[in-house]
Design a protein around this ligand. Structure first.
Ligand code: NAP
Length: 300
């Protein structure tokens, strides 16, 4: 349980509601900042502003998946007011107070460093990334169905990258009966693709692998779907770019050639916010319990 743990949940979207639900179930003491428009009440949770919360009592700060922007602003769909987090705010918290965010940027990292507070980037964890690949795949299937006039079954699909998302995407489209080829650069990835019964190719020869493609799904966060590659694709090919912004596709060239190319960020939060929230809440709770135990061991 998280009894007597004071946690500030700042901003976010529907995913944060699952986190709040889980933390209140664990009996944590919650301050909800940036939730003034939220109708739903949670026992043990108090809505307040960043200036009203007693920062000196906080054991943890939970930020939304996106963290802050480069000005320290935290997005919230539950408030019209701007919520800005500063290094001064963090400095007022106890030294053990940990900041949890999905991803981070240089500004948030700098703030945490300046205040000497630990920053945990949840989406860098393998467990979250693998669980999250499940709603990502479902969102990708939805997009492919919406933007093509052929079945996935028997279509030629290339998946670029065999990371946590790429592997789940490749496996799922294979299970739906597509002819799946997977591009990677490491010999062990080529071996794994072969073991999975899929067609492997090295990403260096991508341009020669796209001549018969119906759908190209990129998961590599680097510019690899270049104008040269796109120029070799049939005009009906659909490109879905799952890699984090700005993606790995020359979108401008694709548009010029009349090839539909879609950047599709944040699919879990769009297609399954409840599940996506539960995924984060489950891992976050474990980490908060570990943090509590460590604190108890240090100060028995
Ligand atoms: P990951 O496990 O790190 O996999 C990334 C893959 O890209 C690996 O196979 C990696 O291969 C390859 N790669 C990276 N840089 C490369 C380069 N310069 N050239 C060739 N290959 C390269 O990441 P992930 O968890 O699968 O996530 C993939 C991307 O999807 C990330 O950008 C992530 O933010 C994004 N994402 C998007 C959504 C969505 O809803 N759209 C959801 C979840 C994640 P090596 O091992 O050889 O480096």
């Amino acid at each position: 349980m998280l009894t007597n743990q004071h946690i500030a949940v700042i901003g976010g979207d529907a995913r944060q509601l699952e986190i709040i639900r889980k933390l209140t179930e664990m009996n944590a003491d919650l301050s909800l900042i940036g939730f003034d428009q939220l109708d739903h009440g949670f026992t043990g949770a108090t809505k307040c502003s960043v200036n009203e919360v007693d920062l000196t009592k906080l054991d943890a700060i939970v930020l939304p998946v996106a963290g802050t922007n480069m000005e320290g602003e935290v997005d919230s769909i539950f408030s019209n007011e701007k919520v800005i987090l500063t290094a001064e705010h963090l400095s007022k918290t106890p030294s053990h107070c940990t900041v949890y965010s999905g991803i981070s940027n240089s500004h948030l990292q700098e703030m945490a460093k300046k205040a000497s507070r630990k920053l945990v980037k949840l989406f860098e964890r393998d467990d979250i990334a693998i669980y999250n690949s499940i709603p990502t795949v479902e969102g990708t299937i939805m997009m492919v169905i919406q933007h093509t006039d052929i079945t996935i079954h028997q279509s030629n699909i290339a998946v670029l990258g065999l990371g946590r998302v790429g592997m789940s995407v490749a496996r799922s489209f294979d299970a739906l009966g597509a002819n799946v080829s997977v591009g990677a650069r490491k010999p062990e990835h080529i071996a794994r693709i072969t073991e999975m019964g899929l067609k492997p190719f090295h990403l260096s020869s991508l341009a020669t692998e796209v001549a018969n493609l119906d759908v190209c799904i990129n998961t590599v966060p680097a510019q690899i779907v270049t104008s040269e590659v796109i120029s070799k694709m049939p005009s009906h090919t659909l490109i879905i770019d799952l890699a984090s912004k700005p993606g790995g596709t020359d979108f401008r060239f694709a548009e010029k050639r009349g090839i539909k190319a879609l950047l599709a960020p944040g699919l879990p939060g769009i297609v399954a916010p409840k599940t996506a929230g539960k995924i984060i809440a489950g891992v976050l709770t474990q980490l908060l319990i570990e943090q509590l135990k460590e604190g108890e061991e240090k100060n028995p």
